[in-house]
Design a protein around this ligand. Structure first.
Ligand SMILES: [Zn+2]
Length: 233
């Protein structure tokens, strides 16, 4: 059974979106049509370069500069008053948190949307303490963090304990690893993909990519970066 999901964006032709950051001007080309493979079909070549798109590339090599999502909302109605995220994520996030609760798993969120400026602060603190190269094995340089997209979360347990790799074996980590894809979330930095992502294992860090893509990645044991993305700058 082959099935290809075609997502057509409303943009009739490749449109150019300008982002200004630190006096730099970068031209992002948004794609018109995107084909995403089903769990049995490999994805077609994808072109994602608008950070507003859920699947846009952001990695050690690809920066979204000073991108600021326009639809950031507080997550206080979900019980996370200190957290915020893009509105597009909220209903699936709420569904996931509720379903986890039914299984006796309480998910807390210790980090969500993080601005460029916040990342500057964070990364420079880490760099001062342990050096830039080491810091970059677990913390993104400003402009390179998935948290800046507003669709990425660091989950923890009810006690909001620190983010450690042991979380992967804790009930919350195990629940997420097994179920998060059904709500559109994908683990960005699995233990066996360090060479692909450049980041150490982060069992708490999940990015929202929508249910179709999260399912595809889960069933095929892939991370987003392994898909054939092309970014034009
Ligand atoms: Zn994170």
């Amino acid at each position: 059974m082959f099935k290809v999901l075609i997502i057509s964006f409303l943009i009739p032709f490749a449109s150019h979106l300008l982002f200004m950051s630190n006096n730099q001007e970068v031209d992002y080309v948004a794609s018109t049509t995107v084909s995403v493979g089903s769990v049995t079909t490999p994805p077609q070549k994808l072109t994602f370069s608008d950070p507003n798109q859920l699947l846009t590339t952001v990695s050690k090599d690809v920066s979204i500069l000073g991108f600021i999502p326009k639809d950031i909302v507080s997550l206080s109605k979900l019980g996370y008053p200190e957290q915020s995220a893009r509105s597009v994520v909220v209903s699936d996030l709420e569904r996931m948190v509720d379903e986890a609760k039914k299984d006796g798993v309480i998910l807390s969120i210790v980090s969500s949307y993080r601005s460029y400026d916040k990342q500057v602060e964070l990364f420079s603190d880490y760099s001062k303490n342990i050096g830039e190269v080491k810091a970059n094995t677990f913390s993104a340089r400003p402009g390179h963090s998935e948290h800046q997209l507003g669709t990425t979360f660091d989950f923890s347990n009810e006690k909001r304990e620190g983010l450690t790799q042991g979380f992967g074996l804790a009930p919350e980590g195990l629940w997420l690893a097994k179920n998060a894809y059904q709500y559109g979330f994908t683990i960005s930095y699995p233990a066996h993909k360090v060479k692909v992502t450049g980041y150490t294992y982060e069992p708490w860090h999940y990015r929202y990519v929508g249910v179709e893509m999260a399912t595809y990645l889960f069933k095929n044991d892939l991370v987003l970066q392994e898909l054939d993305f092309t970014v034009y700058k």
